[in-house]
Write a protein that binds this ligand. Structure first.
Ligand code: FUL
Length: 510
């Protein structure tokens, strides 16, 4: 239901000075956004699209692959998903809170950054804010002297994990919600979060928007918030209701088959880019970003501008976002989590997996166990890359060794403008495989539009797998094949494809 509200809220995009300037991001253009002119030909548009690249903060975020969410707050104690803001803060009383245990459970599962719900829609703050008494300060936990945000931030530093905050714009407790004063209140809360706890790597805004006590819907001053974040934490990505990271469109953990990180931004014009280069502007993409096809040629040819705006795929390890005792038997299995991994990270997204701590203030044993087994399963699937033992030869480009060097910043140096490339692989003895992994060097852009994996059955080439987009990472599972000769054909690409990694694995679900 709240996603409906989500859609009605305007998405503003803001790009800082650093966002557009600096040729540092890529030798070709270094642009995370580009304007399309009415006189641009199809060739011009394809060339422009091929060279839109992530800003450094987006690149860092994309490489994390796995991020975690901790939904924790007053709802944990009321057994609800959405509080109404009238909860007594004295309800918040974890008995054994140990943020180190949360962060370690995430880290052991391969998660590299976590986001804490510093404030959910009920308005209860997990840190001792000066903006309201509706916080941990009024709770019995640690005699009102506790600070969950601080404990999580410190645990992240200890375990060398990224740290992010979720601050709900919708606040059902604040008496000023629905008035201009709320934007000041929100800025103060953001300022506290972004100045008291060291480095913040992600700021997550949901779009839910209700009415305040005055019956009025709050008008969120996103532009002001973005500017503040850029100023206080320039390395942080602003997700969902923000300029850097897009919501994939479902909460299932399954991204779209064709996932472009370069998508149309139709209100991006020359004047916006020019203005941005001086002080920073806000703009919003037209329409929602929830169709099946956001960035194919068909979409970009009619666009006015293009931006790098990658997908984050969020899902909870349990049915709810908050902990509920009754869901202890419904924690997602390692196999289900693996399938989610294939369809989120393996579909050019970053997975944001929610792990809600319980009333004790601990990640429940069941969740810890499933997370651990999920990691073991992934290690098993990706243990042996058969490409490493193959003889490799590429139709144009000689540096085939880069395909297995486990570096996403080196790529098969194919000649521009060749957009069709074949990589031939052979082994002395037949190999069995059922998983294909492809990665593009996105520092040069996202380019591949169609690929096919064939195997030689002794007489003919047969198709084992295929797809459209690759992006940072693409995983395809297929029926196991046994062969000693394989070829990967990139059949279509925007300019020359920049294939960084190639993997073939053998895994069949039990
Ligand atoms: C939604 C919220 O309404 C849910 O409670 C949860 O926080 C989810 C991640 O975002 O929009």
């Amino acid at each position: 239901m709240h996603r409906t509200i989500f859609l009605t809220v305007t998405i503003f995009l803001f790009h800082s000075l650093a966002f557009f300037s600096a040729g540092a991001q890529d030798a070709a253009t270094g642009r995370s956004a580009v304007v399309l002119n009415p006189t641009d030909t199809e060739t011009d548009i394809i060339r422009k699209a091929a060279t839109v690249v992530p800003a450094p903060r987006q690149l860092r975020w994309q490489q994390l692959e796995l991020t975690g969410f901790f939904h924790f707050g007053v709802n944990t104690f009321t057994n609800r998903e959405w509080g109404d803001g009238k909860e007594d803060p004295r309800l918040f009383n974890p008995t054994e809170l140990d943020a180190g245990q949360w962060v370690k459970a995430a880290k052991d599962a391969g998660i590299r950054q976590v986001i804490l719900t510093a404030k959910h829609h009920d308005g209860f703050c997990l840190w001792p804010t000066a903006t309201t008494t509706h916080s941990v300060k009024s709770s019995p936990w640690k005699g009102g002297k506790g600070d969950v945000v601080k404990e999580v931030a410190e645990a992240c530093r200890r375990y060398q994990m990224g740290f992010g905050v979720y601050l709900s714009p919708w606040d059902r407790n604040s008496s000023v919600y629905g008035t201009d004063a709320y934007n000041d209140f929100f800025v103060q809360q953001l300022t506290e979060l972004l100045t008291r706890y060291g480095r913040v790597d992600e700021v997550w805004f949901d779009g839910a928007n209700g009415e305040g006590p005055n019956g009025k819907k709050q008008v969120y001053d996103f532009e002001r918030w973005y500017k503040l974040i850029r100023q206080l934490q320039p390395g942080a990505v602003i997700a969902i209701m923000g300029p850097d990271v897009r919501w994939v469109g479902t909460e299932s953990g399954y991204g779209r088959e064709q996932e472009w990180s370069v998508v149309p931004a139709n209100n991006l014009d020359q004047s916006a880019v020019a203005a941005n280069s001086q002080r920073g502007i806000a703009f919003k993409p037209e329409g929602d970003m929830r169709g099946d096809d956001l960035g194919s040629r068909q979409q970009i040819l009619k666009a006015k501008g293009l931006v790098w705006y990658p997908a984050e795929t969020d899902v909870s390890i349990r049915p709810g976002w908050f902990f509920h005792e009754s869901e202890n038997g419904k924690v997602k299995t390692p196999e289900k989590l693996l399938d989610i991994y294939f369809h989120s990270v393996g579909r050019n997204g970053v997975l944001l997996l929610n792990i809600p701590p319980d009333k004790r203030g601990l990640v429940h044993e069941n969740d810890v166990r499933q997370l651990k087994e999920w990691k073991q399963l992934r290690d098993e699937v990706f243990k042996t890359n058969l490409v490493k033992t193959a003889a490799i030869q590429a139709s144009n480009g000689s540096r085939t060794g880069v395909l297995t060097d486990e570096k996403t910043g080196t790529d098969l140096a194919t000649r521009a403008p060749d957009s069709v490339v074949t990589v031939n692989l052979s082994w002395k003895t037949p190999q069995t495989f059922s998983v294909l992994c492809l990665q593009e060097n996105i520092r040069k852009g996202q380019r591949i539009e169609q690929f096919v994996l064939d195997y030689w059955d002794g007489k003919d080439w047969r198709k084992a797998a295929g797809g459209t987009t690759v992006g940072y990472k693409r995983l395809v599972q297929f029926e196991a094949v046994r062969a000693s000769k394989v070829r990967l054909r990139i059949l279509s690409s925007r300019l020359n494809p920049c294939l960084a990694e190639l993997g073939l694995y053998n895994y069949t679900a039990k």
